[in-house]
Design a protein around this ligand. Structure first.
Ligand SMILES: Nc1ncnc2c1ncn2[C@@H]1O[C@H](COP(=O)(O)OP(=O)(O)OP(=O)(O)O)[C@@H](O)[C@H]1O
Ligand SMILES: [Mg+2]
Length: 248
């Protein structure tokens, strides 16, 4: 098992209720999971618990069988490299060109100060160019990031994540600021890469159709609890009513 989550409970300081309540979830290599749920249901918190941005009150997140909260610095570095991230706002450096935005993703392979000097090895540059080719952005390598459209930005974000040679890519609403057609093309690209490289991908999505299109498996969360975990084609109206209950 790539990622194992057990009994995960997370309550933010001073919050009245749990953001996540006894959540369990396993991920295998190459699996694509879409997480659906209303606003406030706990989707972002789940991603934050996986990448250690917040510390849960109880429960366990394990990577390759090892508890991620107990990782030693060297192991933590490897974990950070294994888990790539893509972002809703893309998180590119606007004043840098596309190639250098991708090269930023080679952190963890080199001393931390090297990118600050703008020094990358020929091998890293070759890797970055290859990543740009895979996302269909070779011809934009020299363009400044702030000249790109949203869809192009997310392609660069994916190329940057690929520099880590990740085994899992996490995305908290990575296509929410794109129009539906572009959103679909970005998800289709991620799907292709996940298949080619056997990278597991877990995305929080807001759109049921896109979730069905993208994922093998859907996890539905309501009020911090998993109310559905199953195949994309099992997402019946009855299940959807559990994930998105009508206002009382
Ligand atoms: N930093 C925080 N401090 C306190 N409470 C928080 C914090 N972040 C989230 N919460 C609360 O935790 C619960 C889950 O929030 P979370 O952001 O995980 O939901 P979400 O499913 O990602 O929502 P959205 O679809 O709006 O992004 C909500 O009740 C939210 O108000
Ligand atoms: Mg969120």
């Amino acid at each position: 098992m790539l990622l194992t989550i057990d009994n995960l409970t997370m309550r933010y300081p001073r919050a009245e209720s749990c953001a996540l309540d006894n959540v369990a979830l396993n991920l295998t290599a190459g699996e694509r999971v879409a997480v659906l749920g209303q606003s406030g249901s706990g989707k972002s918190t789940l991603v934050r618990c996986i990448n250690r941005l917040v510390e849960p009150q109880s429960g366990r997140v394990a990577w390759d069988g090892q508890d991620v909260l107990g990782l030693k610095p060297e192991q933590l570095k490897r974990y950070r490299r294994d888990v790539g991230m893509i972002f809703q706002n893309f998180a590119l450096v606007d004043r840098l060109d596309v190639l250098h935005n991708v090269l930023v993703g080679s952190f963890g392979r080199q001393p931390w100060w090297r990118p600050l000097l703008g020094r990358y090895s020929a091998e890293e540059v070759a890797m970055a160019l290859d990543a740009l080719k895979r996302v269909g952005m070779s011809d934009k390598a020299a363009a400044r990031a702030d000249r790109l459209s949203g869809g192009q930005r997310q392609r660069v974000g994916i190329a940057r994540a690929l520099m880590q040679k990740p085994r899992l890519i996490l995305g908290d609403e990575p296509v929410s600021s794109l129009d539906p057609v572009i959103a679909r093309s970005v998800l289709s690209l991620l799907r292709e890469i996940s298949e080619q490289d056997s990278i597991a991908v877990l995305l929080n999505l807001h759109n049921v159709e896109l979730a069905r299109f993208f994922a093998h498996r859907i996890v539905g969360i309501h009020a911090g609890r998993i109310v559905y975990d199953g195949p994309a084609d099992g997402l019946t109206n009855e299940v959807l009513a559990r994930v998105y209950p009508p206002e009382a």
